[in-house]
Structure formats: C-alpha cells, structure tokens
Design a protein around this ligand. Sequence first.
Ligand SMILES: Nc1ncnc2c1ncn2[C@@H]1O[C@H](COP(=O)(O)OP(=O)(O)O)[C@@H](O)[C@H]1O
Ligand SMILES: [Mg+2]
Length: 319
Amino acid sequence: METVLQVKDLTKLFRQGRGEAVTAVDRVSFSVHKNEVVGLLGPNGAGKTTTIKCIAGLIKPTSGEIWLDGVEALRHPKKAMERVAALLEGNRNIYWRLTPRENLEFFVGLQGHTVGKVRGYIDELIELFDLKEKHRTPARKLSRGMQQKLALACALVRQTEVLLLDEPTLGLDVETSYELRHVLKQMAAQGERTILLSSHDMHVVQDICERVIIVNNGRVVVDDRVTNLMKLFQVSAYRFELEGPLGEEQELRLKELFPLLEVSATGHRTYIDADLKDGTQLYEVLEILKDGSAQIKSIGHKEPNLEEIFLTIVKGQLK
Ligand SMILES: Nc1ncnc2c1ncn2[C@@H]1O[C@H](COP(=O)(O)OP(=O)(O)O)[C@@H](O)[C@H]1O
Ligand SMILES: [Mg+2]
C-alpha cells in the first residue's frame, strides 16, 4: 500500500514568555495510506490541532519529519502544500465577499487548475452540500452551518492528495453535523480520498473512519483499526445490575482489583461496569458481591462503543 502521509517523531513545544514550555505534540509518529480515512481522536488539549497545523504547514514543528506523497514538507514547503488541503477548526478559510461558486473557483485557481476542467466537480460539490439555492449569496451572509459546508467544499475542490479536517463538525447544529458526517461517510466508502480527521467526539470517528489514532498529552496511545478496537473490548465489558446499594467496603475491594470499574445507581438499582479479562475475573467480582446485601439481578455483556474504549484508554494513561 502506498503511504501518502507520514509523520515521524513530530514534536512541538510552545514557549510562553519566560514560563515553562508546553509540549503540545510529543514524538508523534504515524502514517496514512492512499485513500485511507483515519481519525485523530483525543480529549481537548491532546495536540490534535497542533499536529494538523504542522502537517498543513501553518506552524513549524520543533523537530520531526513530515512526508507528503514523497515530499519532505519541512524542506520543500511549497511543493508539499500543493499536496494538502486543510479545514481548520473555527477558521473557515473562505472569502466573505465571494459567493459559494466564486469561492470554489478561487480555490481551484489556487491549486493551479483551470476552472473549465473542474466545472463538473464544482457543480457536484454545490449539489452535494446543498449550496445551490444560495449560489448568489456572499459567504458572509450564509449560516454558520452553510459556511462550514462551503469551507469543506473549498478544501475538497483542490483535489489534493491529502485532506486534513480539524473538528469538522464542532459547533454545528445537529442537522448540519449529520449532513457533513453523511457526506464524509460516503466519501470514505467510495475510497477515493485520503483523509485525516480530528475530533474529540468518538461518535464522529466511529461513524466515518476505518482506523483511529488516539492521542493524549501529545502522544499516540493507540493506532488501530476501529473494528479491532471494538473487538478487543467486546469480550471484556460487563455490566452487573444489583437490587439495593453496594456496601462501601465492597466498592473499595472491587476498585482495588479493577481500578477502572465504575459504580452508578438509580433509585434502588446499582450498576457496576467493569472490564474483565476472563471468567476468573468475573468470578472474583461475584465473590465480593456475594458478601454484601445487594442482590445480583443480572450480568450483561455491554456493547462497547468507541467513547468507552477511548475513556478507558485515556484514563489508563493518566494513572
Ligand atoms: N499557540 C499556542 N501557544 C501555547 N500553547 C499552545 C498553543 N497552541 C496550543 N497550545 C497548547 O498545546 C496543547 C495542545 O493543544 P491543541 O493542539 O490545540 O489540542 P487539541 O486540538 O487536541 O485540543 C494544549 O495544552 C494547548 O494549550
Ligand atoms: Mg483542537
């Protein structure tokens, strides 16, 4: 498989006056194959935006290498920039006074293509993002959701080898967020674009991406296919439902055995969520519960979702 984006030992320190430097990105390495759609997932402050800005050539890394389709970006920034388009969080890279079509034509020109050759694709994007009826409206008068759709269309229309999307659905209303996700999902299914998409929302990543790179505190903690991650967790997520409260001592004993175990209660019901490796561990939990007054009502296998997987991993890192 052809690698079109490779990040090697990327590190970025921000210095703030005389204070200590913040390590926003800490020796991050990963690669993305042609036509792969990869999610960069992590809590706020994890270093996602900084990573993306470095790849997009908007900030200079402290050290490391970035390769875009065989071009070392830090040595040949101009050449590298032809290979990448970015949609940045909060910064809608569109021209306020231009209409949607004019914006798209502008970005086509920027890429050095002639508008005539890609008119069909421009029409397709206008259709896809539902910008048709607004074709005479300057971008500044569009709704925030429309502006975001247009910004994404402007990044797409350049038809670069790599597309970077930083929190593409952040702050959008439910409907626009859904529409954007739908379009991105279709694009991923067609397998004709190489996309690195960052989000702190696992649902977005789970929905769109085939592979996920989880970052925390500037470091990569997981790099795997989404389906593998789900499988890994599938066998181990259990939920115990109890009638009555869990004794304090029991809770302590359980948490000593399983630091990530969670206890919650609604009314008379107590729920214990635990990741257990095998039957022996299940037995250990039962041994502890048996000493208390609460009755076990049921033990179920929980369907994992990426959110829980993500939280488990991130919590594990903080220990
Ligand atoms: N321009 C900057 N100056 C100083 N610190 C920064 C700057 N940009 C980001 N940071 C810090 O770097 C870390 C990573 O930030 P960021 O890449 O924006 O994370 P994310 O996008 O995952 O939320 C955070 O601790 C943030 O405060
Ligand atoms: Mg960010």
